[in-house]
Design a protein around this ligand. Structure first.
Ligand code: SF4
Length: 468
């Protein structure tokens, strides 16, 4: 496999930080949050930061080992990242528990920090919310300290930082920023290493969502909707071109601005191919689809028409099929995402979903995937119980009635559920498992719940301490 990367920053500095994405390079390097931290730390005089992934145990920049860095910044985007973070520390002989760690500062950030409390005994500092400014404030203070690990109180005044040693009971406000910074040095893969974002510059067009679907973390907990103007986006791309090399631009955002057509037109005129990894139905039109020329267009009907409306998405099936017919003219495939097990779901909803797929298959080659509903903190559905037996029945019903659909593993989803809404007891259970090299499986989590080693769902709802 050839690894060819442009935009890599190789900087020598006194304060060397590690940026760890607890998943493989392919997943991590296509995460824009990672590029933000990479740029912000490297932009600061006296600081450098180097990347680590599950499949890159030595840093990409200098091939150094993780234990040789003073501060380890972990980007947490998915629940399994919690387990992988602990495994990475263990593998590098770095004590998992904060109280046992003498040298390294372990710092976390990312969307999973809407509930940082599973790792409450592990990290020294958690960045809560948007970190563009809080990270700069952190670096400013860090550069003035002789021994930051033992002078951690100095960081307590930064808004949006949760420091368990100091903030024992306080409520922590999630930080929200305007979109006035964008990373320009994006390390971009040109080899045959990465699948989806090869040769692609990630351009954050918007953040947050104007909708508030009842199950969704983005709409309910990741801040208000913000967007960038077309002129600003063009400027970012032009500046990015001076620092890294790319031939495609992926527009990142869960909810695209109404001026999307103009944005696509202007960026295409600069000579780039445009891709839109997530598209709302309203964004699909005679103009956007031919311009982006994607082989596959992904749509998220989520559920049946009536249940879709109940969770806060008001598109009718008819509107979906109108767009699928349009997509057929310009693309080869449509990919459909569904969630099963949503509150209020009945068999008739599953039948409607199955008919939806069958109907779509008559129009265009259709790939479909089903994910079990996993409740998330800070959403209206956070109290809903993940009923494994019921979901298993539903899964059986789906696979009996329609072939060739992808269904996410239920056992894995259950572990996500426990981590997503867990407290520090869940964290301690995982820490013990990693320390003792025991397999953290569905049945081990279940046994721990039965034996009441874990109180789940958490009665404390520790995540309520995070102010959204
Ligand atoms: S599911 Fe999509 S439309 Fe709904 S709130 Fe989340 S990002 Fe917005």
């Amino acid at each position: 496999m050839r690894f060819i990367e442009y935009g890599t920053i190789k900087k020598k500095a006194f304060n060397r930080f590690a940026l760890v994405y607890p998943d493989v390079y392919r997943a991590g390097n296509s995460n824009l949050g990672l590029h933000y931290v990479y740029n912000i730390v490297n932009d600061k005089e006296g600081f450098s930061i180097e990347r680590f992934f599950l499949d890159f145990e030595r840093s990409i920049e200098t091939q150094d080992m993780l234990k040789n860095f003073k501060a380890l910044l972990f980007s947490l985007n998915y629940e399994y990242g919690v387990i992988n973070l602990l495994k990475i520390l263990k593998k590098n002989n770095i004590p998992l528990l904060r109280e046992n760690r003498k040298e390294h500062l372990v710092i976390t950030g990312g969307p999973l920090n809407v509930n940082p409390f599973t790792l409450d005994d592990v990290f020294d500092i958690a960045f809560i919310g948007d970190a563009e400014k809080s990270l700069v404030e952190f670096l400013d203070i860090y550069s003035t300290l002789d021994d930051p690990k033992n002078q951690i109180d100095e960081f307590a005044k930064i808004e949006g930082l949760y420091i368990p040693k100091i903030h024992k009971e306080n409520k922590i406000r999630r930080r929200v920023e305007k979109l006035d910074y964008h990373p320009l040095y994006e390390p971009i893969q040109w080899g045959d290493f990465e699948e989806s974002f090869n040769k692609t510059f990630l351009l954050e067009v918007s953040r947050g969502c104007r909708n508030r679907c009842s199950f969704c973390l983005t709409g309910n907990a990741l801040g208000p909707y913000r967007e960038r103007k077309k002129e600003e986006l063009i400027n970012i791309v032009k500046e990015g071109q001076k620092r890294t090399k790319f031939e495609k631009i992926a527009l990142i955002g869960s909810d695209m601005p109404s001026s999307l057509n103009e944005i696509i037109k202007s960026l295409s005129e600069l000579g780039f191919q445009i891709s839109l990894p997530s598209l709302k139905l309203g964004d699909i039109n005679e103009y956007t689809i031919p311009l982006i020329g994607q082989e596959t267009i992904t749509l998220a009907p989520e559920s049946s028409e009536s249940l879709r409306a109940q969770i806060g998405k008001f598109y009718k099936d008819e509107e979906f099929f109108e767009k699928i017919n349009l997509i057929k003219k310009y693309s080869k495939y449509v990919k459909l995402y569904f969630i099963f097990g949503l509150p209020g779901e009945e068999q008739k909803d599953l039948d409607e979903i199955i008919n939806f797929i069958k109907q779509s298959r008559k129009i265009i080659r259709t790939k479909s995937s089903f994910n079990p509903f996993v409740p998330k903190p800070h959403t209206p559905f956070e109290d809903y119980i993940f009923d494994f037996a019921e979901l298993k029945e539903k899964m059986k019903y789906i696979t009996t009635n329609i072939k060739d659909v992808r269904i996410e593993d239920l056992k894995g989803a259950f572990i996500q559920y426990v981590i997503s809404l867990g407290g520090s007891d869940v964290g301690r259970f995982i820490i013990d498992g990693v320390e003792n090299d025991t397999n953290l499986t569905y049945s081990s989590f279940n046994k721990a719940i039965e034996k009441e080693d874990i109180v789940f769902p958490s009665k404390e709802k520790e995540w309520k301490r995070i102010g959204i």
